[in-house]
Design a protein around this ligand. Structure first.
Ligand SMILES: Nc1ncnc2c1ncn2[C@@H]1O[C@H](COP(=O)(O)OP(=O)(O)O)[C@@H](O)[C@H]1O
Ligand SMILES: [Mg+2]
Length: 303
């Protein structure tokens, strides 16, 4: 949304000492190449530790001290408001209009992400039974959401973007998709992308809610009705990046382990998206493998 991770990190660390402590210190902004200027990448301070997925892979339960850290991160973000952050684009919803916010997200997924992935992978999505207007059908059925005050959102808090340091301190990297908006969106992306075991799902949401309510009133208002909508949205939209990543993971020569993981990833993404996208039937593992192999063959020219 802001397209400037350096600036976001500067504002975030200025407005929250807690977040300043647990996100990378920005050292030098990225520079676009231009007249006489060479391209320079963004430089951040290195954070000691391992990403969470290296210690607790997707599907594994997290011990409660780590959960407390993660919930604390959300509470710190809840306190950072629009006025504390870089100015938002003029077409970005602001204030507390959750309905406008989810529509803005969905419009982006539908207009920018879906057609791009469909064209890039043509005709794989069709072969996997994903009709062109699947996301539109979902968007058309979004009801009005409760108004909730907007705050800072990270929007990509998965195990690969959480770094566990000494004394189980959890830091957050990869702020490139940060934005302002409805706090229920951020817990939804987190829940879908973390892959918590079913036994932990409700308790994480319960602690998150308690912690946000203590941080700032009104942030979790209407959660019972609106969380399922955001969870469904996240499962629906993530089908496109998930299939793209799976297909892109295959090299010119198929390595069977990589191929099997790509098939499994597509299968679980399709299963998650089936209900929200109203897919009548999803292909089984064998059908996915056939579609993926054919698509790959057409790309590498019959090898
Ligand atoms: N400030 C940092 N400190 C330590 N490791 C980092 C830092 N930033 C990135 N990394 C490492 O680089 C990887 C990719 O960085 P990330 O910012 O998550 O980019 P992306 O996921 O968009 O490729 C991370 O998973 C992590 O291992
Ligand atoms: Mg990352």
């Amino acid at each position: 949304m802001w397209n400037d991770e350096y600036e976001v990190l500067q504002y975030v660390s200025k407005s929250s000492p807690h977040l300043a402590d647990l996100s990378p210190q920005p050292l030098r902004p990225a520079r676009q190449p231009g007249a006489g200027i060479e391209e320079e990448p963004l430089v951040l301070l290195f954070i000691e530790g391992d990403t969470l997925d290296a210690v607790y892979p997707r599907g594994s339960a997290l011990p409660s001290p780590l959960l407390d850290e993660i919930v604390g991160i959300f509470a710190a973000m809840a306190k950072v408001q629009e006025v504390d952050l870089p100015r938002v684009p003029s077409d970005w919803p602001s204030g507390d209009d959750s309905s406008a916010f989810i529509r803005r997200l969905a419009t982006f997924a539908q207009r920018d992400v879906e057609p791009l992935v469909r064209e890039k992978l043509h005709p794989l999505l069709e072969r996997l039974g994903l009709p062109e207007h699947a996301l539109q059908r979902f968007v058309d059925r979004i009801p009005r959401l409760k108004r909730r005050p907007f705050c800072l959102l990270h929007t990509d808090l998965h195990r690969g973007n959480l770094v566990v340091g000494p004394q189980d301190r959890v830091s957050v990297i990869d702020w490139e998709f940060a934005m302002t908006g409805d706090p229920i969106y951020d817990i939804s992306t987190h829940m879908v992308r973390m892959g918590y075991p079913a036994s932990q799902f409700d308790s994480v949401i319960g602690s998150w809610k308690a912690s946000l309510d203590a941080a700032r009133p009104g942030l979790t208002e209407g959660i019972r009705a609106d969380l399922p909508i955001y969870l469904a949205y996240e499962r629906a939209q993530s089908i496109y990046p998930d299939i793209l990543r799976a297909a892109s993971s295959l090299g010119a020569l198929i390595e069977e382990g990589v191929f099997a993981r790509a098939v499994a990833r597509i299968e679980s993404a399709l299963q998650r998206a089936a209900a929200p996208l109203q897919l009548e039937r999803t292909p089984d593992r064998r059908q996915i493998a056939t579609a993926l192999r054919e698509w790959h063959r057409s790309r590498v020219g019959g090898s």
